[in-house]
Design a protein. Structure first.
Length: 324
């Protein structure tokens, strides 16, 4: 949509809010870069890795974390942000090893509640038949079939100016020799500022029983994440800009930050083209820092493409079809 006319005072407040978000983005990335390196050795001690991957193409393109993202992917990120609009999205992804990912989600409003349902899948070729999946299934060829899946239901409610939400999830991981599953819970809250242009969120993710695989106990990637996203700020007549910053702390003390931005060109009402980019401190060994993507929206239908840099054999790709 072409931005509505704003007063000079409102424009100054909007620009100040956006500068704060961009400043926060730089600060989060700097903090993540200097965090003690001993946590890096812990990256592959959590499962399933499905919970540590970006879900949709848009979230991948802007760094991967979704603590303050207002879209269908909130069912996998911060449940306080589900609802607000009826939408459906489907994603397909591909990695260099031949591993494939997919997701389907829908969100709707039911009375005072925002409600969302979602499912995620990972199908990957494993090099060794047993043991938990490691992130090398995303970059290296393997002989043995392995998979992971997750199913979510989330709800949100606004109370005293704050949006509150919770999501219940069942996750399962299979290798050639093992099968393990667990229930998990996410709880979060969110609040908007600057007439809805700035959204903030806090979420505790993956509260649940540890997985057990071949006699080994594997922790879920329990973490606390905070984030802020800003969007809809007009630059000129046909350009909108947006930005996002997120920071997550895992139970083992590992710190992961991401920051991203998007530039949207709106030539006529109902049609928009977006260019997105992001940087992050990766959560998995197979991942690298840079992400990017494109988006096209025509009326209520959007097609997004996301890319993330991976070690060894190029990058990973996502395509998301979203309908409002």
């Amino acid at each position: 949509m072409i931005p509505a006319t704003r007063s000079p005072a409102s424009g100054r407040r909007d620009r100040a809010a956006c500068r704060r978000v961009h400043g926060a983005s730089a600060a989060l990335l700097a903090l993540a870069a200097v965090w003690p390196s001993q946590a890096l050795a812990q990256r592959e001690h959590h499962a399933p890795i499905l919970l540590q991957l970006p879900v949709t193409a848009r979230s991948m393109a802007m760094g991967g974390l979704t603590a303050a993202t207002r879209d269908v992917e909130a069912v996998f990120g911060n449940p306080a942000l589900v609802g607000g609009a009826n939408a459906l999205s489907v994603t397909l992804g591909r990695y260099a090893s031949g591993a494939a990912t997919g997701h389907a989600a829908t969100t709707m409003t039911v009375g005072m509640l925002g409600v969302a349902l979602g499912a995620q899948l990972l199908d990957a070729p494993q090099r060794q038949a047993g043991g938990p999946l490691q992130s090398d299934v995303l970059t290296d060829d393997g002989r043995y079939a392995a998979s992971a899946m997750g199913a979510n239901v989330a709800a949100s409610l606004s109370w005293k100016g704050v949006r509150w939400g919770a999501a219940a999830r069942y996750v399962e991981q299979r290798t050639a020799l093992t099968r393990t599953g667990s229930a998990a819970l996410d709880v979060g809250l969110s609040r908007d500022f600057v007439n809805g242009m700035l959204s903030t969120g806090v979420v505790v993710q993956h509260l649940g029983r540890d997985l057990r695989s071949g006699g080994e106990r594997i922790d879920l990637p329990l973490r606390v994440a905070v984030g802020a996203t800003a969007g809809g700020y007009g630059v000129g007549k046909w350009i909108d800009v947006g930005a996002a910053s997120h920071l997550a702390v895992r139970e083992d003390g590992a710190l992961f930050g991401s920051a991203g931005g998007e530039l949207t060109f709106v030539p006529i009402e109902g049609i928009s083209l977006a260019v997105r980019g992001g940087a992050r401190r990766p959560e998995l060994r197979a991942q690298r820092a840079l992400t990017g993507g494109l988006g096209l929206q025509v009326d209520r239908l959007a097609i997004d493409y996301g890319w993330e840099d991976m070690r060894g054999k190029g990058g990973a790709h996502r395509i998301t079809l979203r309908m409002r």
